[in-house]
Ligand binder design. Sequence first.
Ligand code: PXL
Length: 276
Amino acid sequence: MSYKRILTIQDISCLGQCSLTVALPILSACGLETCVLPSAVLSTHTGGFSGYTFTDLTEDMPAIQKHWEKENIKFDAFYTGYLGSAKQIEYVKNIFSATGNSDSVKIVDPAMADNGNLYYGFDNAFVDEMKILCDAADIILPNITEACFLTGCQYKDTYDEAYIDELLNALNKNSEKTIILTGVSYSPESTGVIVYKNGKKEYYSHKKIKNGCHGTGDIFASAFAGAFIRGKSEYDAAKIAADYTVACIEETQSDESHWYGAKFEPVLGKLIESLN
Ligand code: PXL
């Protein structure tokens, strides 16, 4: 197995099992050298806690990039998640070009919205920058809400395949990329993920668990990035990541006090097994 170096750029929510506290262990478990660039430090994530701290690290980024350039540090892959400001997205694009090789894979999770709404603190200026970052990516992993914000399509709770095709075409309009569209559900008992590449669409469907958990988008994206950079195809990586995410939700489901995240650690072994 070749040993690859990935840089993941997203926030540290000190408590909350999302973003870097999820990405770092999962990518490492997938056998990758995992480097991190924190976009911000928050005491908790923003999805259900109040009064959290937020320290924006945007202005640290150019100096970090400059140091890496001086040391001639290069990354085989990039994976971005929750970013702290619109300005930061511009810096992320500079980091891609300054520290990537011609074949470095750029994976962008436009983590900014769910259930029809933007996360607290994001606005249209952020969405506009995120559109540009997605057009610079090789692979994007939006959920349906994010796909709507990125394209201007209308958000729908229930839909058919024609609606999903409309979203995929709109996402691909400005630049050809692989699209991993998450949370696509055509029936009450199941949900799944669409893998769309070079005009070919595949769907991996799995059971829907009624009580989802916060942070599962980050678990899915991290496991997908880890499995894909480890050498799996896009479809196999999506399947591995979806199965792992379901296992994490099942692990958490019976514990109501654990509403803020998914217990991904006890089932990391399952993810590792599925890679072999
Ligand atoms: O899971 C996405 C995420 C990441 N980071 C922070 C968040 C959220 C979602 O709410 O608030 C800080």
